[in-house]
Write a protein that binds this ligand. Structure first.
Ligand code: C2E
Ligand code: CA
Ligand code: CA
Length: 870
C-alpha cells in the first residue's frame, strides 16, 4: 500500500497530485461561463423584449416601491442561506424559500426592479458563501432566468384579476412552478457540462420527485406572503423579520446538527484508526478516513523522522506515496509551530500561505500540528472541499480534533514500539543469565518442554548436565572475579562446542546444561558430550595462571530415560554424579547407578550409627623413601564396610560426612585410631610416622589446636610422627585463617603435608608463606608419569621448587617400577602407591613391615630399622 518514493523533495509532483483533483473544476470553468452567457442572453431577451414595459400591479408610491425592493432583495438573499433539509422516511429533501420573495416582487415591483432585486440579493448571498466566480455567476443568471419565467407565467395567468383572487392563486402557482422548472433545467444544463449526460439522467428523476414534494409548500408560502402584504404593507416587514429569525434559527439548528455529525465522524475516525499499532498501518487509514470525513480533495501528513521528515500523500487512486523531505516549507513550519489548526485561502496575503496553496494548486487549505511525542511535531494538511464548496469553522474544529486523535494514535504506536523493545529486552533478561549470556533455567524449561512436545516418535531429545569440578575452590582461592571470568570462558567454549546441535544453558553456579532438541543418534549425543568436555578442558589462562578445567557431564535421553523434563533432569543429575565419582567425565544415565542418590541419603543417616558403633575402620597405606626404599610412614585411610553395600569408598562417604556435619567426629575418630596405632608401632620398634587426612571444615574448628595437643600428649608419641594432610584447596580456601591454624599446629611440633598437589589452584609461592613440611604430588600426574606427555614436566618442576623450599616431596599413586625409578632420578623424596603396597588393615601393617619382601628392586635395598620421621 505504501510506496517508497525518492528522497527528493518534489513540489512539482505534489502540485500534480493536487491538480488532478482541482483540475476538473478549473477545466470546466470556461464551459460554465459559456453556459452562463447563454442563459443570461436568453433571460435578457425574454426580459427586454416581452416584459420590460410591464409595471407593478399595485399602485405603490415611490417610497413604497423602495421598501418593496429591499424586502424582495433581502428576502431572496436570506433565502439563499435558508436551505432546510427535511428527512422523511429515510429520504431527504432540501427546501428553498427563494420563490416566496420572488413572487412578492412579481406582484409589487416593476420587472426591471424585480430583476435587480433578485440578482443583487441572490448574488451577494453567494458572494458571501465564497463560491468560485463562475458558480456565483451561474447562480445569478440561473435565478434571473427563473425569475423571468416566473414573472411571465404569473402575469399571463393573472391577466386582469386581482392577485388575491382565486385566479391570483393559480397565477402564483404557475409563477413558482415556472421558476422551479427553469432553474432546474439550468442546473441540469450545468451538470451536463460538468458531469456528463449519465449524471444528468440520473439526476432528473431525483429532481422531479423532489420538486413535486416541495412545490406545494413553496406555492403555499408565496400565496400567504402575497395575500398578507396585499392586505397590509407592513406585513412585508413582519415577513422579512420572520424570515430573518428563521434563518438564524436554521443556522443554529444546522450548527448543532453539524456538531453532532462531526462528533459522529470523529468517532468513526477514531474507531477506524484505533487498535492499529504500526505507523505504516495507521497512516493509510488516517489519510483516507480524514479525507472522507472532511470531504476534501487533497490530504497529506508530515511526520518528523529525526533529521528529515516523512511526507505521506494520498493519491487519487487511493495509494499512498511516501517521500522523504529534508525541510518543511514555511507554511508547514507555521502550522507545526502553532497550537491550533488554521484555515487559509487565496484571499490570504501571506506569501508562505500563497506558496503553499500554489504548491498544492489549491483554493484553500487547513493545516494542523500533530504532536507525536517528545518535542517533535508533525503536520496534517487538507486542501479544497471536494464539492467545490469551502471549509467552515466547524470543519476546522473537526479537522483539529482529527489531528489531535491522529496524534494520539501515532504517539500510541511510538510508545508501543518503545514498549516492544523494552519488553524484548526484559524478556531476554528474564530468559538469560546475565554473567554468561547463556539461556537460564526458565529458557531451559521452555526449550525442554517444546522439544519434548514436538519430538517425533523416532527421534531423540537429550539433556546434558555439566558441572565444573572443583569450581568452588577456584572461586574461594582466586576470588569471585576470576571465578566469573572462568565461568564466562567455560560458557563460550560450551556454546562453541554445542553450535547448532543444541541449546546451551547456565543453570546456576558452575552448573550448565545442554538440550539437544532433536537428534536420531545416541552416539551423536555422547560424541557431543565428549566434544564439550574436551573444549572446556583446554588449558585456560587467568591471572597469570594456566588452569585445566575439569568437568563432568551426565546425559539423559528421551524417550530412553523419561518423557518429561523433571524425570530427565533428575536422571541426568544421577548420571552426572556418577561421572564425577567414577572420574569418567561423561556418563549416560544407567538405572544401575540410580541408587546413587537414594544411597547418598541412606549413607547420611547410617554414617552416624556407623561412627557410634565403631563400624568405621582405619586402614593404612605405607610410603617409603625413594632412595633407600625404607618405610617412612603410613597414611591412615578410613574404611566403611556397610552391611548392605559392602565396602564404601571414602570418596563417596567423606563428602556426605562433610555435608551432614559428621566430618568432625569422623576425623577425631581416625586421629584417635591412628595415634593409638602409632603408639603401638613405636612400642614394637617400628619408628614410622602416620599421616591423617584433615578436611577443610576441621580447620574451622576453633578448638582444633588445643584438642590435638591434648590428644597427641595423651597418646605419648612425639608430635613429629604425626602428619596432617590438607589438600591445597583446603588450605587456600581461607588462606589467612589457614595460615594461623597451620602455624598453631606446627608450633605443637606436628608436620603439615599438602595433599593432592597440582589439582588445586594454589601457587608454590603462596605455599612458601605457610609452615608446610611435605608436598604430596597428586597421583593423577604420577600414575602415568612415564606414559603421558606433560606429566613429567609438571612433576619435575614441582619437585625442584618444593625441594628448594625445603619441603619433603612425596609422589602418590606410584604403580610401577619405571615410575619409581624415574621419580628417584627426578629427586623426589618419597613414594606411596600400589607398587609399594595397597592400603591394608591395621593388623596387616606390622607383619608387612617385618617380612616385607615386596618387588625385587625394593628388597635389594637394606631396611633401616630406625628410619622414620623427618
Ligand atoms: P588421598 O588422601 O589422596 O588418599 C590416597 C588415595 O589414593 C587412597 O584412596 C588410596 O587408596 C589411593 N591410592 C594409593 N596408591 C594408589 C595407586 O598406586 N594407584 C591408585 N589409583 N590409587 C592409589 P582411598 O583410600 O579410596 O581414599 C580416597 C580419598 O578419601 C583420600 O584421598 C582422601 O582424600 C579421602 N580420605 C580417606 N580417608 C580419610 C579420612 O580419614 N579423613 C578424610 N578427611 N579424608 C579421607
Ligand atoms: Ca591423603
Ligand atoms: Ca592424595
Amino acid at each position: 500500500m505504501l510506496t517508497r518514493a525518492s528522497a527528493r523533495r518534489t513540489p512539482r509532483r505534489r502540485a500534480r497530485l493536487v491538480r488532478s483533483a482541482t483540475a476538473k473544476a478549473t477545466a470546466y470553468a470556461p464551459k460554465i461561463w459559456l453556459l452562463n452567457g447563454a442563459i443570461a442572453a436568453l433571460a435578457i431577451v425574454v426580459w427586454g423584449v416581452i416584459i420590460r414595459q410591464v409595471g407593478p400591479l399595485s399602485p405603490e408610491q415611490t417610497h413604497g416601491q423602495v421598501v418593496a425592493w429591499y424586502v424582495v432583495a433581502m428576502g431572496v438573499g436570506g433565502a439563499a442561506f435558508l436551505d432546510v433539509t427535511l428527512t422523511f422516511r429515510g429520504r431527504t429533501a432540501t427546501l428553498n424559500f427563494a420563490e416566496t420573495p420572488l413572487m412578492v416582487g412579481a406582484v409589487f415591483l416593476s420587472p426591471s426592479h424585480l430583476l435587480l432585486a433578485v440578482s443583487i440579493g441572490w448574488g451577494v448571498a453567494h458572494l458571501v458563501k465564497r463560491r468560485p466566480p463562475e458558480y456565483i455567476a451561474f447562480n445569478v443568471v440561473d435565478f434571473g432566468a427563473g425569475a423571468a419565467a416566473a414573472f411571465v407565467s404569473y402575469r399571463s395567468v393573472l391577466g386582469d384579476h386581482s392577485p388575491v383572487s382565486l385566479h391570483g392563486w393559480l397565477a402564483c402557482g404557475a409563477g413558482v412552478a415556472a421558476h422551479v422548472v427553469v432553474t432546474a433545467i439550468a442546473v441540469l444544463a450545468l451538470l451536463g457540462v460538468t458531469a456528463g449526460r449519465r449524471v444528468v439522467r440520473s439526476t432528473v428523476a431525483t429532481m422531479a420527485s423532489h420538486t413535486v414534494g416541495t412545490l406545494p409548500l413553496s406555492i403555499l408560502l408565496s400565496l400567504c406572503a402575497v395575500t398578507l402584504i396585499w392586505a397590509n404593507r407592513l406585513a412585508g416587514i413582519l415577513l422579512v423579520a420572520l424570515a430573518f429569525l428563521a434563518v438564524v434559527a436554521q443556522r443554529a439548528v444546522t450548527a448543532l446538527r453539524d456538531q453532532y455529525a462531526n462528533l459522529d465522524r470523529l468517532y468513526r475516525f477514531t474507531v477506524s484508526i484505533s487498535g492499529r499499532t504500526e505507523v505504516d498501518d495507521i497512516v493509510p487509514v488516517l489519510l483516507r478516513e480524514a479525507l472522507d470525513v472532511l470531504a476534501a480533495e487533497h490530504i497529506e501528513l508530515l511526520l518528523p523522522g529525526g533529521e528529515a521528515c516523512l511526507r505521506y500523500i494520498l493519491e487519487d487512486q487511493g495509494s499512498i506515496v511516501r517521500e522523504i523531505s529534508e525541510d518543511l516549507s514555511q507554511f508547514e513550519e507555521l502550522v507545526s509551530g502553532g497550537q491550533n489548526a488554521i484555515l487559509v485561502s487565496l484571499g490570504d496575503r501571506r506569501p508562505e500561505v500563497l506558496d503553499a496553496l500554489a504548491d498544492r494548486n489549491a483554493r484553500e487549505a487547513m493545516g494542523a500540528p500533530i504532536s507525536v511525542g517528545g518535542s517533535e511535531r508533525g503536520v496534517l494538511i487538507v486542501a479544497n472541499r471536494s464539492n467545490g464548496g469551502s471549509f467552515s469553522r466547524s470543519d476546522l474544529g473537526l479537522f483539529e480534533a482529527l489531528a489531535a486523535q491522529s496524534g494520539v494514535a501515532l504517539r500510541g504506536s511510538q510508545l508501543l514500539d518503545q514498549l516492544r523493545t523494552e519488553v524484548g529486552a526484559r524478556e531476554h533478561q528474564a530468559l538469560h543469565d546475565s554473567l554468561t549470556g547463556l539461556g537460564n533455567r526458565v529458557l531451559f524449561q521452555r526449550g525442554m518442554a517444546a522439544a519434548l512436545e514436538e519430538r517425533n516418535p523416532d527421534r531423540l531429545v537429550a539433556v546434558m548436565l555439566m558441572d565444573l569440578d572443583g569450581f568452588k575452590e577456584i572461586n574461594d582461592t582466586l576470588g569471585h572475579h576470576t571465578g566469573d571470568a572462568i565461568l564466562k570462558e567455560a560458557a563460550n567454549r560450551l556454546v562453541a562446542a554445542v553450535g547448532k546441535d543444541g541449546l546451551a544453558i547456565r543453570l546456576g553456579g558452575d552448573e550448565f546444561a545442554v538440550v539437544v532438541l532433536d537428534t536420531a543418534s545416541r552416539a551423536a549425543v555422547a560424541g557431543l558430550a565428549h566434544r564439550i568436555l574436551d573444549a572446556v578442558a583446554q588449558p585456560l589462562s587467568v591471572e597469570g595462571l594456566v588452569l585445566a578445567l575439569r568437568s563432568s557431564i551426565g546425559v539423559a535421553i528421551a524417550p530412553d530415560h523419561g518423557l518429561d523434563t523433571s524425570t530427565l533432569l533428575k536422571r541426568a543429575d544421577v548420571a552426572m554424579y556418577s561421572a564425577k565419582s567414577t572420574g569418567r567425565g561423561v556418563e549416560v544415565y544407567d538405572p544401575a547407578n540410580d541408587h546413587h542418590s537414594t544411597r547418598r541419603l541412606i549413607l547420611a543417616t547410617e554414617l552416624r550409627q556407623a561412627l557410634d558403633a565403631g563400624d568405621l575402620e582405619v586402614w593404612y597405606q605405607p610410603k617409603a623413601d625413594l632412595r633407600t626404599a625404607a618405610v617412612s610412614g603410613f597414611e591412615a585411610l578410613v574404611r566403611w564396610r556397610h552391611a548392605l553395600y559392602g565396602q564404601i569408598p571414602p570418596d563417596e562417604f567423606i563428602p556426605v560426612a562433610e555435608q551432614v556435619g559428621l566430618i568432625r567426629p569422623l576425623t577425631w575418630a581416625v586421629l584417635g585410631a591412628a595415634l593409638d596405632q602409632l603408639h603401638s608401632w613405636h612400642a614394637h620398634g617400628f619408628d614410622v610416622g602416620v599421616s591423617v587426612n584433615i578436611s577443610a571444615r576441621n580447620l574451622l574448628d576453633a578448638g582444633i589446636i588445643g584438642r590435638l595437643e591434648e590428644l597427641v600428649g595423651r597418646s605419648g608419641v612425639a608430635p613429629r610422627f604425626l602428619t596432617l594432610e590438607l589438600t591445597e584447596s583446603t588450605v587456600m580456601a581461607d588462606a589467612d585463617r589457614s595460615e594461623q591454624v597451620l602455624a598453631g599446629l606446627a608450633n605443637l611440633g606436628l608436620r603439615i603435608a599438602i595433599d593432592d598437589f597440582g589439582t588445586g589452584y594454589s601457587s608454590l609461592s603462596r605455599l612458601r608463606q605457610l609452615p608446610v613440611h611435605e608436598i604430596k604430588i597428586d597421583k593423577s600426574f604420577v600414575t602415568h608419569l612415564t606414559t603421558v606427555e606433560g606429566n613429567e614436566a609438571i612433576v619435575a618442576t614441582t619437585i625442584e621448587l618444593a625441594s628448594n623450599m625445603g619441603h619433603t616431596v612425596t609422589a602418590e599413586g606410584v604403580e610401577d617400577q619405571a615410575t619409581w625409578d624415574r621419580l628417584g632420578q627426578l629427586g623426589c623424596n618419597e613414594a606411596q602407591g600400589y607398587f609399594l603396597a595397597r592400603p591394608m588393615p591395621a593388623v596387616a601393617c606390622e607383619p608387612w613391615m617385618s617380612q616385607r619382601l615386596g618387588p625385587p628392586k625394593l628388597t635389594l635395598l637394606p631396611r633401616r630399622e630406625s628410619a622414620a620421621g623427618a
